[in-house]
Ligand binder design. Structure first.
Ligand code: ADP
Ligand code: MG
Length: 618
C-alpha cells in the first residue's frame, strides 16, 4: 500500500538527500549504504547502471561511463550522455538518482512512497523546473511541488513566519554558490533577491589542492601526473578528503601509494598539508563569495545590519574560513544548528508535510529569477512578469497589431533583462491566428503569463472580439544552463546604457511611424472633409516623417519632431471626423503569412506605442 507521506528531496549537483516528516518533525532518511547523502553520480559498470557512492567510487577506473553533475544540464534540449552505449537525457540520468532515492526510502520506511517535493535553485528557469519535475515522474513519483532551495533551507532552520524577519541564505555546495535574501512574516516566506556564482563550489577547492599536490610531486620527482587521468582522479579524491579533514583538524596527511611508475620502480605521493597552507591556497576562492553576497543584499534593498538571521547551507560552508567570511560581511554569526548539506531536504519534507496536512500555518512564496515577456514590433522586449516577482503569479497585458488587416500575430516569449528581445533567451514562440481584419492598432490581444506553484509557465493569447485563443506551456526549445543565467544578468548590466538608448530610439522611431500611418489613414478616409491648408500641412508632415524613417536616423529628437508635427496638425482636424482610433497598445510581431513569420523581427518598425494598458487595472 502506498503511504500518504511525501518525501522531501534535495536533488543536488554533487549530492542528493532525502527526508520525511516523522511525528511532526522532519527526519533525514539514510540511503541503502547507510549514508545521509547520496552522491549524484550515475555510472555504467558490469552491464548495469549503478548510482550513488558505488558509482562515485568507480569513477577513477571508469570515467567514460560515469556521469557527474548532470544537474548543470537540466532542461538543456538535445543534450545527452552515453552510458554503456545508450544515450540518456539529463532528465533520465536524474531519474536514476531519484529512483535509487525512492527505493532506499521505501526500504527504510517499509512502505511505498509515491509523492515527492523536490528542491531546485532559486534561479532555475521554467524549463529547468519542468525538467526536474519530469525526472521525478520518470522515477515514478507524483511530484507535488518544486520549491526553491533557500526557501526550503529557511524552513529547515525553523525560521518561523510569525514575526517579520529578513534572512540571508548562503549556500556553497560542490559546484555552485547561491546566495538569497528571504523575507519572513505574516505567514509568508518570500525570496526577495538571489545572486551567486554558478561556477564556484567545493570542486574548486579540491582542484586547487589537487594542483598543489601535483606541483609538489613534479618538483620532487620531476614527474608530471597531469597526463595520467587515473592519477589525476586519485589526486582529486585525495584533495577532497584532505579538504574535508581540514574543516575539523589543523593538519592532515595525503598518502597516495603507486601514484606513478618509473624505471626505478613505483613512486608514492606523501605530503602533509596544514590548514594555514590550505587557506593561503584557496583565499581567492573565499574572496569570490563576497561580491555576490553584497549584491544580493543591495538588490534586496538591505544594508547588512538589517539582516536578522544568516543561515549556512551546502557542504562547503563547513570550511571554517567560509563561516568567518560570512560573519565578516554580514556582521553577525551565522546559524549552523542544521547540517548544511541536509537543510534543503529537511525543508522539502516540511513542505511535504504542509501539503499532506501534517503541518499547517506555512505558505511558501518564491520569485522569478529573470524577467519574462514578449517581443514587440521593432524587436523590443516587453516585460510581462518582472524579475523577482513572487510566484505563483499571473499577469496580463493587452497588445495589438502592427499592420492594417493583419490576421495573425507571432508571439515570441523571452526571458532575460536586455531591452532587445533577441538578446534574451527565446523560450517558445507561437502564432495567434484568425484575427478579424481591422486597422492596425485596433485589435485587442490579451496575453496572460501564468506561473504555477512549481514555477512552470503557461502563456495564453486571446483576441478579445473574436475570442480566438491559443496557449502554450513552456517546455522544449533551448535550455539555459546555470552559467547562462548568470551571464545574462551580467550582460544586461553591462549593456544597460546602450540598451536604454536603443529602446528610446526604437520607441521614438515606432511612434513616428505610427503617427505617419495614422495621418495617412485620416487623409485617405476624410480628405474631402478637411480644410485644404490642413491637408497640405499634413502631407508635408507625412513627407518629413517618411524621410526620417527612410534614413532610419539615430537622432531620436528628429523622430520626436516629425511625430509631434503630425500630432499638432492632426489637432487641427475636427475630432469627429477622425474615424480610426488611436492605439494605446504595444504591437506584437506580425506573423506574416507563414514561412517568413519571424524573419522581420527586429527589422521594420510599426505602430508601437510605448504605453500599454495593464489589464489588471481593468
Ligand atoms: P550540492 O548542493 O552541490 O549537491 P553539497 O551541499 O552536498 O552539494 O556540498 C558538497 C560539497 O561540500 C563537496 O564539495 C564536498 O567536498 C563539500 N564538503 C562536504 N563536507 C565538507 C566538510 N566537512 N568540509 C569542507 N567541505 C565539505
Ligand atoms: Mg545543494
Amino acid at each position: 500500500m502506498a503511504s500518504d507521506k511525501i518525501l522531501g528531496i534535495d536533488l543536488g549537483t554533487t549530492n542528493s538527500a532525502m527526508a520525511v516528516m516523522e511525528n511532526g518533525d522532519p527526519e533525514v532518511i539514510v540511503n541503502g549504504e547507510g549514508d545521509r547523502t547520496t552522491p549524484s553520480v550515475v555510472a555504467y559498470n558490469d552491464d548495469e547502471l549503478i548510482v550513488g557512492e558505488p558509482a562515485k567510487n568507480q569513477a577513477i577506473q571508469n570515467p567514460e561511463n560515469t556521469v557527474e553533475s548532470i544537474k548543470r544540464h537540466m532542461g538543456e534540449e538535445d543534450y545527452t550522455v552515453e552510458l554503456g552505449g545508450e544515450s540518456y537525457t539529463p532528465e533520465e540520468v536524474s531519474a536514476h538518482i531519484l529512483q535509487k532515492i525512492k527505493n532506499d526510502a521505501e526500504t527504510y520506511l517499509g512502505e511505498e512512497i509515491e509523492r515527492a517535493v523536490i528542491t531546485v535553485p532559486a534561479y532555475f528557469n521554467d524549463k529547468q523546473r519542468q525538467a526536474t519535475k519530469d525526472a521525478g515522474r520518470i522515477a515514478g513519483f507524483d511530484v507535488e511541488r518544486i520549491i526553491n532551495e533557500p526557501t526550503a533551507a529557511a524552513m529547515a532552520y525553523g525560521l518561523d513566519d510569525t514575526r517579520d524577519q529578513s534572512v540571508l541564505v548562503f549556500d556553497l555546495g560542490g559546484g555552485t554558490f547561491d546566495v538569497s535574501v528571504l523575507e519572513l512574516g505574516d505567514g509568508v516566506h518570500e525570496v526577495v533577491a538571489t545572486n551567486g556564482d554558478t561556477s564556484l563550489g567545493g570542486d574548486d577547492w579540491d582542484e586547487t589542492v589537487k594542483e598543489w599536490l601535483a606541483d609538489h610531486f613534479e618538483d620532487e620527482h620531476d614527474i608530471s601526473l597531469r597526463d595520467d587521468r587515473q592519477a589525476l582522479q586519485r589526486l582529486r579524491d585525495a584533495a577532497e578528503k584532505a579538504k574535508i579533514e581540514l574543516s575539523s583538524r589543523k593538519e592532515t596527511e595525503v598518502n597516495l601509494p603507486f601514484i606513478a611508475s618509473t624505471d626505478e620502480g613505483p613512486m608514492h605521493l606523501e605530503k602533509s598539508i596544514t590548514r594555514d597552507t590550505f587557506q593561503d591556497l584557496t583565499d581567492h576562492l573565499v574572496e569570490r563569495t563576497s561580491a555576490p553576497t553584497k549584491k544580493a543584499l543591495s538588490d534586496a534593498g538591505y544594508s547588512t545590519d538589517e539582516i536578522d538571521e544568516v543561515i549556512l547551507v551546502g557542504g562547503s560552508t563547513r570550511i571554517p574560513v567560509i563561516k568567518e567570511q560570512v560573519a565578516d560581511i554580514v556582521g553577525m554569526e551565522p546559524q549552523m544548528n542544521v547540517n548544511p548539506d541536509e537543510a534543503a531536504a529537511l525543508g522539502a519534507a516540511i513542505q511535504g508535510g504542509v501539503l499532506s496536512g501534517e503541518v499547517d500555518d506555512l505558505v511558501l512564496l518564491d520569485v522569478t529569477p529573470l524577467s519574462l515577456g514578449v517581443e514587440v514590433k521593432g524587436g523590443l522586449f516587453e516585460r510581462i512578469i518582472n524579475a523577482n516577482t513572487t510566484i505563483p503569479t499571473s499577469e496580463s497585458k493587452v497588445f495589438t497589431t502592427a499592420e492594417d488587416e493583419q490576421r495573425q500575430v507571432q508571439i515570441r516569449v523571452f526571458q532575460g533583462e536586455r531591452e532587445v528581445a533577441e538578446e534574451n533567451e527565446l523560450l517558445d514562440e507561437f502564432k495567434l491566428r484568425g484575427i478579424p481584419p481591422a486597422p492596425a492598432g485596433t485589435p485587442k490581444i490579451e496575453l496572460t503569463f501564468q506561473i504555477d506553484e512549481s514555477g512552470i509557465m503557461h502563456v495564453a493569447a486571446k483576441e478579445r472580439d473574436s475570442g480566438e485563443h491559443e496557449k502554450v506551456t513552456i517546455e522544449g526549445g533551448v535550455g539555459l544552463s546555470d552559467k547562462e543565467v548568470e551571464r545574462m544578468k551580467q550582460d544586461a548590466q553591462q549593456h544597460s546604457d546602450e540598451d536604454e538608448m536603443q529602446r528610446r530610439r526604437i520607441e521614438a522611431q515606432t511612434h513616428a511611424e505610427q503617427m505617419k500611418q495614422r495621418a495617412e489613414r485620416v487623409l485617405q478616409e476624410n480628405r474631402d472633409a478637411i480644410a485644404n491648408n490642413v491637408v497640405q500641412e499634413l502631407e508635408a508632415a507625412i513627407d518629413d516623417a517618411e524621410t526620417a524613417l527612410e534614413e532610419s536616423t539615430t537622432d531620436i529628437s528628429r523622430y520626436d519632431r516629425v511625430a509631434s508635427q503630425i500630432e499638432t496638425t492632426l489637432g487641427k482636424v475636427d475630432e469627429s471626423k477622425l474615424s480610426s482610433p488611436k492605439s494605446e497598445d504595444n504591437a506584437l510581431t506580425d506573423a506574416g503569412t507563414g514561412e517568413t513569420a519571424t524573419a522581420e523581427a527586429g527589422g521594420e518598425v510599426d505602430n508601437v506605442d510605448a504605453s500599454f494598458r495593464d489589464l489588471s487595472d481593468d
